[in-house]
Design a protein around this ligand. Structure first.
Ligand SMILES: *Cc1c(COP(=O)(O)O)cnc(C)c1O
Length: 449
């Protein structure tokens, strides 16, 4: 479907912010469809029970993960990332941008997740494992109660080598699915969009993954991959736009975070609100994480997504209510951004409808700001993130300064609680970026001054 000018005009009348979005301005949007958690929860198909089930499955697979990836031995095969306070970055941003960032600012370092080096290690690896369990149970490779590291035996790998796993990706999902699939023994094919960085393709090929390259965007790579996979009965397609498994894998983050909060004596309750900012592409990762957090913290957590000004797919879908029936190209945007992980023109309709009553709002930002935040974090805290992951800093920067979100804070009775706020920026990737690519990013940041 493409938008005609009449339809667009109508949308513009209904949505005063749409013109700013079309003009690729920095937009701050508060979701008018958000409901109190007690009401939102009634609209959900997925539940806390589904998330617990996913968490239990990851525990069952921990011995196999440890065997395939010895770097996970120190966490007993559980793939989790550190939670770090970043007071120096907080102070730096307050001074540089002349804003107030109340409460404490924390970084959730999914850039450091084992195996895939990005948030995709959550959803992607979970989905490959779920598929593996289904196959293994169906074909008698596993019985209930068996230790799952059994699946590393040669006869099991031989069995899995007859099966293929395929996925369409802008880069990081491909790395997560590709590396995990190859480790189990599957044939893995990753369909990479034009945005995908060369080093990600090279790394996958080193793992024995077949990488198919497309000149087109992410939507096309997915379409092609799905068609090829559907034509092969022994091939499984990981559907980033519609997969509940991916979503649940991401959602497990919430109970892991809850444990980290407890350990670090960080309180989240009615007096200590939690603000979370997550970069958004098609929506699965931020949606799953935010959904999980809402189940834990209800009205005490406020989730915001962040997207590049040229690829605000989820925001456009949410704002117009059209979800995946509208693409950024329909409003004259290019979909092109240096934030390769966020270079998505059409959002997941599944995630959009699940998140509609839960999401607090969205921010968009210019590409140059990605590099500025990247360099400032490196200088103040010594942490390197890939540009996509740096998008989230625009959230805490603007929360009090922007009229829309300032009003959100007033309306929700949060003003006097902000000094106790836990502000969490979700760093979605970076540890696998090769040194020479890092250096080129830093150079680019320095050229911006
Ligand atoms: C994939 C990705 C995201 C967003 O995840 P979606 O599921 O596409 O919304 C954010 N940051 C990075 C670095 C990513 O790779």
């Amino acid at each position: 479907m493409t938008m005609n000018s009449m339809e667009l005009k109508k949308l513009e009348e209904e949505n005063p912010k749409l013109k700013d979005l079309e003009a690729a301005k920095d937009v701050v949007w508060v979701n008018p469809h958000k409901l109190p958690f007690a009401e939102a929860v009634k609209k959900q198909e997925l539940t806390s029970e589904d998330i617990r089930d996913a968490e239990e499955r990851l525990k069952r697979f921990a011995p196999l993960i440890m065997k395939c990836f010895p770097e996970t031995e120190k966490t007993n095969g559980i793939i989790e990332s550190p939670l770090t306070a970043i007071p120096d970055m907080q102070k730096h941003m307050e001074e540089k941008y002349q804003v107030q960032i109340p409460g404490r600012l924390f970084l959730k370092q999914d850039n450091a997740l084992a195996i895939a080096g990005s948030v995709k290690a959550r959803g992607g690896i979970y989905e490959v494992l779920k598929h593996t369990e289904d196959l293994a149970l169906e074909h008698g490779l596993l019985k209930e109660g068996d230790p799952y590291d059994k699946l590393a035996r040669p006869e099991c790998r031989e069995f899995f080598s007859a099966y293929t796993v395929q996925v369409g990706s802008t880069g990081n999902l491909g790395m997560s699915i590709g590396i995990m699939s190859a480790a189990i023994g599957y044939k893995a094919i990753v369909h990479m969009s034009a945005d995908a960085r060369q080093w990600k393709k090279d790394l996958l090929r080193k793992h024995g993954v077949t990488v198919k390259e497309y000149q087109a965007d992410y939507g096309e790579a997915v379409k092609e991959g799905r068609a090829l996979s559907d034509a092969d009965p022994k091939s499984y397609f990981v559907d980033d736009e519609n997969s509940q498994n991916l979503f649940l894998g991401y959602a497990v983050a919430a109970s892991r975070l809850e444990k980290q909060f407890a350990k670090q004596e960080i309180t989240v309750d009615g007096e200590h609100p939690l603000f979370v900012y997550i970069p958004c592409g098609v929506g699965g990762a931020p949606g799953g994480i935010a959904f999980g957090l809402k189940q834990k913290y209800g009205d005490n957590v406020h989730c915001f997504f962040v997207e590049p000004v040229q690829a605000p797919a989820m925001l456009l879908g949410m704002m117009t209510g059209l979800q995946n029936k509208i693409a950024v190209t329909d409003i004259g945007l290019s979909g092109l951004t240096e934030a390769d992980g966020l270079a998505v023109g059409r959002p997941s309709g599944f995630v959009g409808s699940v998140m509609e009553p839960h999401l607090s709002g969205e921010f968009t930002l210019q590409d140059d700001d990605l590099y500025r935040y990247m360099k400032d974090l490196l200088d103040t805290e010594g942490v390197f993130l890939e540009p996509s992951a740096c998008a989230m800093f625009t959230g805490p920067r603007n929360l009090l300064a922007a009229e829309e979100t300032a009003e959100y804070i007033q309306k929700n009775g949060l003003a006097d609680k902000m000094k106790n706020a836990v502000q969490l920026v979700w760093a979605t990737g970076g540890s696998l970026v090769p040194d020479e690519v890092r250096e080129s990013y830093v150079k680019k940041a320095e050229s911006l001054k």
